[in-house]
Design a protein around this ligand. Sequence first.
Ligand SMILES: Cc1cc2nc3c(=O)[nH]c(=O)nc-3n(C[C@H](O)[C@H](O)[C@H](O)COP(=O)(O)OP(=O)(O)OC[C@H]3O[C@@H](n4cnc5c(N)ncnc54)[C@H](O)[C@@H]3O)c2cc1C
Length: 512
Amino acid sequence: MQVTSDHETDVVLIGAGIMSSTLGVLLKELEPSLTIQMLEMLDDCALESSDSWNNAGTGHAANCEMNYTPQRPDGSVDISKALEVNVEFDLSRQFWSYLIEKGAIADPRAFIHPVPHMSFVHGAENVAFLRKRFAAMSSHHCYEGMEHTEDPRQIAEWAPLVMDGRSGDEPVAATRIISGTDVDYGALTHLLVGHLVSQPGCAVHYKSCVTNLVREQGGRWRIEVRDIESGETRSVLAKFVFIGAGGGALPLLEKSGIPEGRGYGGFPVSGIWLRCDDPAINERHHAKVYGKAAVGSPPMSVPHLDTRVIGGRRSLLFGPYAGFSSKFLKHGSLLDLFESIRPANVEPLLSVARDNFDLTEYLVGQVLQSENHRLAALDEYFPKADPKDWRLQVAGQRVQIIKPDVKRGGLLEFGTELVGAEDHSLVALLGASPGASTAAFIAISVLEKCFAGELTASAWLPKLKKIVPSYGASLIDDAEFCRQIRSATAAVLEIADIQHPAERTPLAVKRA
Ligand SMILES: Cc1cc2nc3c(=O)[nH]c(=O)nc-3n(C[C@H](O)[C@H](O)[C@H](O)COP(=O)(O)OP(=O)(O)OC[C@H]3O[C@@H](n4cnc5c(N)ncnc54)[C@H](O)[C@@H]3O)c2cc1C
């Protein structure tokens, strides 16, 4: 094996998915003189979780995902988490709009489409829950325009396939918000990487697997890279490293040896979709219809029947059916989970296994599911579905965070977390929910965590506010500003605007 000379750069981004590409583009906008290298082990960008078919493409704004609105013991519904996720998506909307207005992305239809977000439930208890949830959400300006019905005919108008063939003797209910979106994160990642590397001082290196991270004297990082094709190794010296390696982030965080990463573990959850490409069926469904999660299921395994628009073509997606695989990446190794075990994370891993029996039971059940079971689940959302119209599509891997906890030994978390070095020279992104939708929020969080010194009025702040005008304000508290931002971004992204619902039909139909 041959070692070639070192290269130096300001920033290394590990992984060419939506997270690294968003951070790279944002950093370059704020500081055009930065040199940035993106290192990706596969032979293109967006081949793992950010790939169009590896995720559901929901522009997660917590409109329809009932896991963000838990019921309190007194029966009321807590919408605080939903509000957080809702306005995090506004940051992405502003970032994408900025890139479109500046001409860096030519056409919003290359990656985003208006698709109403619906929650659908059946059974008296669930219907009562949805009524309360609607009352709590629709009274907040962030959910202005949300509609609710318990009338089967109205639901049939909103989502014909969901109601067709359903016996009329069970109560049903739905909410809908027409400003929802379907986002092709794979296409978006390609656009972002293309824009980044078209700029001076920026490059992406494919087939470049990061094998180690070593801190040099003086605080820089030496990133060791193996060329997948030739087997040769080289290293890159960087002042700042972002480990945006998706499921591969945990092993790299461990290799960095930073004390802040001690005790973290990962719990991989795999997924499978059912996919239908028949235009005659797909034309009858224009929504993302989310149901309630089964007992013990991880929150991101809530079943949903989704309109997808990928490469200009409409499809239907149903799932995900969760599963267990010890791989951390779809293209990873079955040894990933075992190789991530360190003395410091044994206790957190064992505690999580002990405390989450429901989840284990649920995943075992999912793994053992036969095709008939899968179709029965689809039946709940599309009673007249014909098995021959559907095929299996393997989704991406999600590695949930296991973190040390003083009281319980370890906690399983379903969100995302930035784990960074004390001197702000390296940060890793762990976890995968709410996911790609909040890429701009995550990139801004990296700036706040690692570049706080530059986020000042005399440095990056004015430009950041130009890119994301709501930065520093609260769209949860300021109703008028929230409306303004949503109208402005809806116009640029060509998605439905709650402020001007009259325009919704032309917008939805325009170029879908
Ligand atoms: C089933 C499923 C459904 C989802 N649905 C949604 C949804 O509807 N909406 C939403 O917003 N989000 C969704 N997500 C989450 C979303 O897909 C992820 O949060 C997002 O794509 C993560 O992006 P990333 O850039 O961090 O990781 P990835 O896209 O996985 O990219 C990481 C990259 O790092 C590379 N890499 C790893 N290790 C190394 C190494 N050692 N050296 C070099 N390169 C390396 C990988 O090859 C990969 O290309 C879903 C995810 C899954 C799995």
